[in-house]
Ligand binder design. Structure first.
Ligand code: NAD
Length: 251
């Protein structure tokens, strides 16, 4: 029960991957979790499931992180219901692989708005409450794509994820005096059942082949890193990036 009494707001938490796994892990450790996602019904459904499973209070809310009004409303709802926000887990990010010459303005804007601007909107919405509390943990999911060159049409996604890491380092300096930490987790390839809708099969196999550790990374591997950063054990770590890669990327 490492997060007993804490209130966690998570974005993109109703999918098959890291967001939902982290919501479950935080609930298991005693946190009240607020699951937000652009899909309202799924957010409410998963929140109800978690509430029943862990016997805790949860909320499921629609929140498209590209919509600053929805983001502000989600933060207000959490404060109305729980009175505080201890943990922000910025999970929303999107990729639409394409070579630079083929990236349309719309795709560029979508990837940047979801991955980078959405992270900014969410941080901005929760920081005043965290400052009043003199406590906060901000954890954003980035990617090793933000460090390394990658073939396969990831330039816009990589730029957005690198942007989140740079943003987080500056944010960490600003909020540290209020005992708020801000860190990122950079996974390499983490499989979930939705991945084949985004990446071609040969790309999926190539990404698995890069991993020296003899198993595939799972959403729970990332959730475990998030638990550490959110817990008391992670208190003195800020402005950092934890790489969860099975050794496929080493800094
Ligand atoms: N899966 C990987 O291999 C991998 C690797 C590195 C980084 N990441 C990053 O991890 C995060 C989670 O990815 P995942 O693959 O585990 O999927 P996930 O299941 O955690 O997230 C998918 C969810 O995101 C939601 N979503 C998409 N756009 C949104 C928006 N604008 N606002 C709110 N919700 C939105 C979808 O509705 C879906 O429910 C992303 O930021 C991704 O870039 C994933």
């Amino acid at each position: 029960m490492r997060l007993r009494g804490k209130v966690a707001l998570l974005t993109a938490a109703a999918g098959a991957g890291i967001g939902q796994a982290t919501a479950r892990a935080m609930a298991r450790e005693g946190a009240s979790v607020v699951l937000t996602d652009m899909h309202e019904e799924r957010a409410k459904m998963v929140a109800d499931e978690i509430s029943r499973e862990y016997n805790i209070k949860t909320i499921g809310l629609k929140c498209d992180v590209t919509d600053r009004v929805e983001v502000a409303r989600a933060a207000e709802t959490v404060l109305d219901v729980f009175g505080r926000i201890d943990i922000l887990f910025n999970n929303a990010g999107t990729n639409r692989p394409a070579r630079v010459v083929d990236i349309t303005n719309e795709v560029w804007d979508l990837v940047l708005a979801t991955t980078l601007t959405g992270t900014f909107y969410c941080c901005r919405a929760v920081i005043p409450a965290m400052m009043r509390q003199n406590f906060g943990r901000i954890i954003s999911v980035t990617s090793v794509a933000g460090f390394r060159g990658l073939a396969g049409g990831h330039a816009h996604y990589a730029a957005a994820k690198a942007g989140v890491m740079a943003f987080t380092r500056c944010l960490a300096m600003e909020v540290a005096p209020h005992r708020i930490t801000a860190n990122t987790i950079a996974p390499s390839f983490i499989f979930n059942e939705f991945i084949p809708h985004i990446y071609p099969q040969d790309e999926i196999e190539r990404m698995f082949e890069e991993i020296p550790y003899p198993r595939k990374g799972t959403p729970d591997d990332v959730a475990n890193a998030a638990l550490f950063l959110a817990s008391d054990e992670g208190e003195y770590m800020t402005g950092q990036t934890l790489c969860v890669t099975g050794g496929s990327w080493m800094r």
